[in-house]
Design a protein around this ligand. Structure first.
Ligand SMILES: Nc1ncnc2c1ncn2[C@@H]1O[C@H](COP(=O)(O)OP(=O)(O)OP(=O)(O)O)[C@@H](O)[C@H]1O
Ligand SMILES: [Mg+2]
Length: 262
């Protein structure tokens, strides 16, 4: 099974200034699947995701990317394996949408950072996919929240990495663009890539994910396909909500309906 891991952690602990945030986490994220990370605010999801791009100091344990210890990757090699959409996105000033997305091609450019014509094609394609082609020459700082989110997602997709990490990619998006984004994730997976996303919308997670990973207080609570993890006790234990689990009438995946807050 480990051979199929895109990302694997062994007894991983992460934290800040003596405070442990992720504890003794051993987790395997399958290659070529859409994995969705869920868990309450502050449970360590963003911290964990950042550790996969070496953006987080490790207290102990190991991280393996495609079964190779993360520390052994030169920075540029790691950047060609994984891309990440951060939860909090900077608002660059005086940078157009097209320029922002072009930064995503930098791991592929030479030392002068010159774009090739194939880069232009990738940039055009991702803008179209994210429905922002008409905004190509608009400055990122004058976009709406959802438009800006889509420009950043396009920048991440332009990196064309085999592993894509998305921290709350749907937060600012309207329902139609949320669905679009989840379908993009499914499309990437259909093309053989690995996608890991943090979502707060549990029903979207249950509907679109191949695997759901549940974190609580920095610990792994459950992981597996939606049908396996969707149990009432999980939602009461982790989220303090009493739910009814029903079958999504449209697609047959499990779905939660809120009974009450506990
Ligand atoms: N830069 C930081 N310095 C110190 N503590 C931090 C820092 N970033 C996060 N933390 C703390 O680490 C814990 C986990 O934070 P993290 O951002 O990983 O949670 P999360 O699961 O992504 O939450 P959310 O759903 O709200 O995004 C929180 O208690 C948070 O206060
Ligand atoms: Mg977070």
């Amino acid at each position: 099974m480990s051979k199929d891991s895109a990302i694997r952690t062994e007894n991983l602990s992460l934290g800040y200034d003596g405070k442990t945030v992720v504890s003794d986490l051993s987790l395997s994220i399958s290659k070529g699947k859409f994995s969705v990370l869920i868990g309450p605010n502050g449970c360590g999801k963003s911290t964990l995701l950042r550790s996969f791009i070496r953006g987080q100091r490790r207290l102990s344990g190991r991280i393996l990317i495609e079964e190779r210890a993360i520390d052994t990757f030169p920075a540029n090699a790691l950047a060609r394996r994984l891309s990440m959409l951060a939860q909090v996105l900077p608002v660059p000033e005086g940078v157009t949408v097209r320029q922002l997305i072009a930064y995503g091609r930098s791991p592929y450019n030479g030392i002068w950072g010159r774009l090739r014509s194939s880069d232009g094609e990738v940039i055009q394609a991702v803008m179209k996919r994210l429905d922002i082609a008409a905004l190509a020459d608009v400055n990122v700082d004058s976009l709406s929240g959802g438009q800006r989110q889509r420009a950043w997602i396009a920048m991440v997709l332009a990196q064309e990495t085999p592993i894509v990490l998305l921290d709350e990619p749907t937060t600012f998006l309207d329902i139609s663009h949320q669905v679009e984004l989840l379908e993009i994730a499914r499309g990437l997976v259909a093309g053989g890539r690995t996608v890991v996303a943090v979502l707060h919308d549990i029903n979207m997670a249950l509907r679109y994910a191949d695997e759901v990973i549940v974190l609580d207080n920095g610990r792994l609570v459950a992981s597996g396909p939606p049908v396996q993890i969707a149990e009432r006790s999980l939602f009461s234990d982790v989220f303090n909500i009493d739910v009814r689990i029903v079958e999504d009438p449209a697609v047959g995946t499990p779905m939660i309906v809120l009974e009450q807050k506990i």
